[in-house]
Design a protein around this ligand. Structure first.
Ligand code: PLP
Length: 399
């Protein structure tokens, strides 16, 4: 690691707690000895403070789905800033277009409200479910992250059970029954590494939730647009009552959304559940969202990235198999992860650390935490996938 990154980190650490502004960038999250400092990004590449270029497979933890500085989004955002402004504390005309597009694309959305982050949207979803059902408890799943709001992070009213385990689900619903306001889940687990739902599990979960009078909330902050343009709910044909979108929704700009049926959203309409925010649906977010959604609907790169995702997963699986590595490769769309399956968790962690370091040395940027996933973007091309695989082969051989 370079002197400049060390100097930047020490300078930042004096005035920024931990030297970074999000845990996932911290030493504790695996960025050792220091996090890389990024000078800029373009397409699928980023440059660090040393001027070294990396193939970016973090892509803003999934947010920058179109690629860094994608021209149409950049143009839409800068035009909006220059010709309109940023925030007025009153609606702007374009908000309805963004909402109409989402309602058209995502099967269960009839009405939405925009805010800035996934954390905020989840907070509102939980509040809405509690008010709608007049119940308090929220059922969530081990390892799933839904932002850092107390209700889903610490609360005594949060029940946590293993994911993909029908027996635990049935037992929890039987036990907490009429106290359960909502079941909150990612439809496909993407933030504890990657884990697809077992066949029939989500349908069972949806049926039990509904029969129990609880609301089903899908956290599609990662799966939104990445599993399919209509989200995992569209791909899997399972219908949540409430949906949360974020990350790729703004193509790299901060915007998130909570939506569902008009019937449930009525509580927001008539202010039984208050949803507000100075920066909600600010002009930058709305312009970015409209441009991103247009890109997802029209660009060939959107279709292509699904093929790239399949290609990288298949080839990585083959490498792992050829080398006889104790590892599996899973993912969907433009998301994937390698999971090491040694006898001990400690060995898995060590192997992942070496994998991450080996890839970094070969100028491939992935997150050091195995609970994150690898993200491709619409700016990635087949040469990037081939390069990734060449580096992966060398790295895996060296473990
Ligand atoms: N939900 C999921 C599935 C996430 O992965 C994240 C963030 O990583 C969030 C919610 C929180 O979103 P944000 O970081 O925008 O608050």
């Amino acid at each position: 690691m370079s002197q400049r990154a060390e100097d930047l980190f020490h300078r930042a650490s004096k005035v920024i707690a931990g030297g970074v502004n999000s845990f996932t960038r911290s030493q504790l999250a695996g960025w050792r000895p220091f996090p890389l400092f990024i000078r800029g990004g373009h397409g699928s590449r980023v440059q660090d403070s040393e001027g070294r270029e990396f193939l970016d497979c973090i892509m803003g933890l999934g947010a920058v789905f179109p690629g860094h500085r994608e021209p149409t989004i950049l143009e839409a955002v800068t035009r909006h800033i220059e010709q309109v402004g940023s925030v007025f504390a009153l609606p702007i005309e374009e908000e309805a277009l963004a909402a109409e597009t989402l309602v058209r694309l995502v099967p269960t959305l009839e009405q939405v409200r925009f805010c800035n982050t996934g954390t905020e949207a989840i907070l509102f979803a939980v509040r809405l479910a509690r008010k709608f059902t007049d119940r308090k408890k929220i059922l969530t799943f081990e390892g799933m992250y839904h932002g850092f709001g107390d209700a889903v992070y610490f609360s005594k009213d949060r029940i946590v059970i293993p994911w993909n385990d029908t027996k635990s689900l049935d037992a929890a619903i039987d036990l907490h029954g009429t106290h359960l306001a909502a079941v909150l889940t990612e439809p496909i687990m993407c933030n504890r590494g990657y884990c697809a739902s077992k066949p029939g599990y989500l349908n069972h979960l949806a049926e039990r939730t509904r029969n129990n009078g609880s609301l089903l909330i899908f956290d599609e902050v990662i799966t939104g647009f990445r599993a399919a343009i209509g989200g995992a709910q569209d791909l899997l044909g399972v219908q949540p009552d409430l949906t949360v979108l974020g990350k790729a929704l703004g193509g790299g700009y901060p915007v998130a959304c909570l939506g569902g049926s008009t019937n449930i959203m009525q509580l927001v309409t008539d202010d039984r559940v208050r949803m507000m925010g100075t920066f909600s649906a600010n002009g930058i977010a709305v312009a970015a969202m409209i441009a991103s959604l247009q890109l997802y609907e029209t660009s060939d790169n959107f279709k292509r990235v699904f093929n790239l995702g399949s290609a990288v997963r298949e080839q990585l699986k083959q490498e792992v198999k050829d080398l006889g590595m104790p590892a599996t490769v899973d993912g969907i769309g433009s998301v994937f992860q390698i999971h090491f399956n040694c006898d001990s968790k400690v060995d898995n962690k060590k192997l992942f650390e070496k994998w991450w370091q080996g890839m970094l040395n070969r100028k491939i940027l992935i997150h050091p935490d195995p609970n994150e996933v690898v993200f491709l973007s619409m700016a990635h091309i087949i040469d990037d996938v081939n390069y990734f695989i060449d580096c992966a082969r060398e790295t895996l051989k060296s473990l």
